[in-house]
Write a protein that binds this ligand. Structure first.
Ligand code: FAD
Ligand code: NDP
Length: 313
């Protein structure tokens, strides 16, 4: 039996690993194998340069950063298994965590399985992924390739509004493409967008394809009221159509909201089950950054340590 099991291998999982290992808890971390379609290391393995993670004045490759986090975990004493957790039993302590090959028990569990940005999977999307297409404007919007260029954001929720506002600092013009003729976003966010002269909304419109040579140059849009398709210049395309948190394997073992995000006590990583903590994007639909995930990974480690000291088995 382990003191602590960590599930997930992004910045949240490895930060929790480094802290709990240094505190002497010999944690076991399940890093997954293509869990949710993403390599061990998490979402950062799907991006090029990360320019907003402190400590790297010239930026750092997403995969490189995750490999360094993993190496730091191993050096700190984290045991890592490259297996995907398929089910858990949190109904009694010690808790049980199962993969297809392994069953392990632990006195405390930290869930850090992240989330996946939804994509539309239009025909030529893969050709331009990270060569004009992104699912994170806050991460990629400031790249030189997007400066003073027409950019498109897909979605009508708060994320789309926030991303369009952010991109308006860099692009020449921002087009929000939304499939209906009213937004889902909060009134406050809508008002900010309506007041921004650089942003235009293309109502009742959807994306059907993307085009370009080496990099994205146009999106193909369809007016849903007339069914007319047309090319629209865009050097950047940003999906803001929601995320899917990786929580299906929990099968209701901890409380989630109606979109599957784990509910944590405000200002902490405490879940509905005492002894089970959640960190990173799996419990955060607002900030969704590597640094905030690492931050909550640290919080989960410290809260788990405190819990174990106060609740010995
Ligand atoms: P994730 O990074 O989501 O990793 C969790 C991982 O755990 C999963 O990917 C999977 O490998 C593993 N896992 C999942 N389920 C299981 C399971 N059942 N069992 C075992 N393992 C499992 N943020 C920035 O700060 N700067 C950026 O420049 C930046 N660029 C980005 C670019 C892109 C294209 C994307 C998609 C995101 C970007 N982000 C960026 C956001 C950042 O990547 C995330 O906020 C961060 O990675 C979340 O970390 P996490 O630890 O919560 O989980
Ligand atoms: P939402 O689910 O709220 O919105 C997703 C948007 O994408 C919707 O407008 C939806 O259209 C559209 N969409 C979904 N799938 C498709 C598709 N296949 N094709 C075209 N359009 C599609 O997600 P968000 O990420 O915006 O927000 C998630 C949660 O996080 C919300 O509760 C939000 O309030 C919150 N949030 C809060 C922020 C803040 O307070 N500052 C910032 C960011 C998020 P339709 O409307 O037609 O369904």
């Amino acid at each position: 039996m382990r003191k602590i099991i960590i599930i997930g291998s992004g910045p949240a999982g490895h930060t929790a690993g480094i802290y709990t290992a240094r505190a002497g808890f010999s944690p076991l971390l399940f890093e997954g194998w293509m869990a949710g379609g993403v390599a061990p290391g998490g979402q950062l393995t799907t991006t090029g340069t990360v320019e907003n993670y402190p400590g790297f004045p010239d930026g750092v490759g997403g995969s490189e950063l995750t490999m360094m986090m993993r190496a730091q975990s191993v050096n700190a004493g984290v045991d890592i298994l490259t297996e995907t957790v398929e089910s858990v039993d949190f109904s009694k302590r010690p808790f049980t965590v199962k993969t297809s090959e392994t069953e392990e028990k632990a006195e405390a569990v930290i869930i850090a399985t992240g989330a996946i940005a939804k994509r539309m999977h239009v025909p030529h999307e893969e050709d331009f992924w990270q060569r004009g297409i992104s699912a994170c404007a806050v991460c990629d919007g400031a790249l030189p390739v997007f400066r003073d260029q027409p950019l498109v954001v897909i979605g009508g929720g708060d994320t789309a509004m926030e991303e369009a506002m952010h991109l308006s600092k860099f692009g020449s013009k921002i087009y929000i493409v939304h499939r209906r003729d009213e937004l889902r976003a909060s009134k406050a966010m809508q008002d900010r967008v309506f007041a921004n002269p650089k942003i235009e909304i293309l109502w009742s419109t959807t994306l059907v394809d993307v085009k370009g040579d080496n990099a994205l140059s146009h999106v193909v849009l369809k007016d849903l009221k007339t069914d007319k398709e047309y090319d629209h210049e865009a050097k950047g395309l940003f999906y803001a159509i929601g995320h899917t948190p990786n929580t299906s394997f929990l099968d209701g073992a901890v409380k989630t909201d109606n979109t599957g995000y784990i509910i944590t006590k405000s200002g902490s990583t405490i879940t509905s089950v005492p002894g089970v903590f959640a960190a990173g994007d799996v419990q955060d639909k607002q900030f969704r950054q590597a640094i905030t995930s690492a931050g909550t990974g640290c919080m989960a480690a410290i809260e788990a340590e405190k819990y174990l000291l106060e609740n010995p088995l």
